[in-house]
Design a protein around this ligand. Structure first.
Ligand SMILES: Cc1ncc(COP(=O)(O)O)c(C=O)c1O
Length: 383
């Protein structure tokens, strides 16, 4: 059993999550989406072995890498990926940027659903495309897609590409087969390409199942760029590695050529070693992790129940999306940093209607989470 209760020191100068905040000595960082747990031992052992050799030459993923990747997607999602369709890239956001630039024109409209991880809208805008937003609707505590609005926005704006996030960060939804089929039908009917960001796919809680949209039909496979990565799953974000599946030859060629033209392609040697080890040996560690995270989510839910902080439903990811509008009119992130010395992600990063929310990362030892909850509940106005 992995000891996820272990407090792992991570206050190195290059560690973003733990960067110092002036005037605060007891900060609890619960913002950027990485975890406070060590990666599986097999992964750090493989990296240590590579490191001991002292050779870090130009490298390329080989057959053993492909096998590990193919097996992972087959075993977990029943999805048979063809390694020939896989582009290996340093990051998911790079894959998104390349897909946008290779497959759409400047000024084209691209649809997203907010609230959404802000690097996606930022990338759409910085690549000179028009951002079109269909807001998710909060029904009670659960976010839902407004399909009529999605379709209307696509038609009215002549949308060329839809960036799907599944599971959705920060709405916590794991889109169902029916929802995916409905979104897929709209895209097929209106000639909209899909970039499906599935970086959180391995964090799925009981009663839910991750379905890669490209796995639903050959037609959907042909219009979809599926962005996956082991870096969230195994806490390897600083290593940077993504596997991007593009079944359509012509689309894949365009993205590949642009990645070469950009000079950002392939994986670094540590990314190759870590990904292969994680996908080969990481299953048991991951399943223990999910159980631990599920416990963390349940703890937050029970301790916030009856308070003025409203937590939305969470079916996947380790990122909670919490409405603080009944607690403070101030930006909740600044408010809790000041009053509880906890750093959350700012709701406004996730879209126009996010300013009264904050995102809480619960991928930390339970003792840290309990201390954070104690502090939150002591803040005047929360109860
Ligand atoms: C939905 C989503 N996509 C992409 C990323 C970033 O991925 P990468 O570091 O591979 O660019 C994140 C990180 O938090 C994320 O939440």
């Amino acid at each position: 059993m992995t000891d996820f209760d272990e407090l792992v020191p991570r206050n190195t100068p290059e560690d973003i999550k733990y960067e110092k905040v002036e005037g605060i000595t007891d900060l609890i960082p619960m913002w950027v989406a990485d975890m406070d747990f060590k990666c599986p031992e097999e992964v750090s052992d493989a990296l240590a072995e590579q490191s001991k050799r002292g050779i870090f030459g130009y490298s390329e993923a080989d057959k053993t890498y492909d096998e590990a990747v193919v097996n992972w997607f087959r075993n977990r999602y029943g999805w048979d990926v063809d390694p020939k369709t896989c582009l290996k890239l340093p990051s998911v956001i790079l894959a998104l940027s390349l897909s946008i630039r290779a497959l759409t024109e400047p000024g084209d409209s691209i649809l997203i659903m907010e609230p959404l991880y802000g690097a996606i809208s930022r990338t759409v805008k910085l690549t000179g495309r028009r951002l079109v937003v269909s807001e998710l609707e909060l029904k009670g505590s659960r976010y839902e897609i407004v399909f009529e609005d999605m379709e209307k926005k696509i038609k009215e704006n002549n949308v060329k590409m839809f960036v799907l996030c599944n599971p959705h960060n920060p709405a916590g939804r794991v889109w169902t087969r029916d929802e995916l089929l409905r979104m897929g039908d709209i895209c097929l009917r209106d000639n909209v390409l899909i970039v499906s960001d599935e970086i959180h796919a391995d964090f799925i809680y009981s009663g839910h199942r991750h379905i890669p949209i490209a796995s639903l039909s050959e037609e959907l496979n042909k219009i979809t760029i599926t962005c996956t990565s082991p870096t969230k799953t195994f806490n390897l974000a600083g290593i940077q590695a993504a596997n991007v599946f593009v079944a359509d030859d012509s689309m894949r060629r365009k993205i590949d050529l642009l990645s070469v033209a950009t000079g950002a392609f392939g994986l670094n040697v540590m990314g190759i070693v870590a990904t292969r080890a994680a996908y080969t040996y990481g299953e048991k560690w991951l399943s223990e992790l999910i159980t631990y995270l599920e416990g963390n989510v349940a703890l937050v839910r029970s301790r916030l129940e009856g308070t003025k902080l409203k937590m939305t439903d969470i079916e996947g990811t380790y990122l909670l999306w919490i409405d603080a509008s009944d607690v403070t009119a101030e930006d909740p992130t600044a408010f809790f940093l000041r009053t509880a010395h906890i750093r959350f992600s700012e709701g406004s990063f996730f879209g126009r209607n996010g300013e009264h929310f904050f995102r809480m990362n619960v991928a930390c030892p339970r003792s840290v989470l309990s201390e954070a909850l104690d502090r939150i509940l002591e803040v005047p106005g929360v109860r």
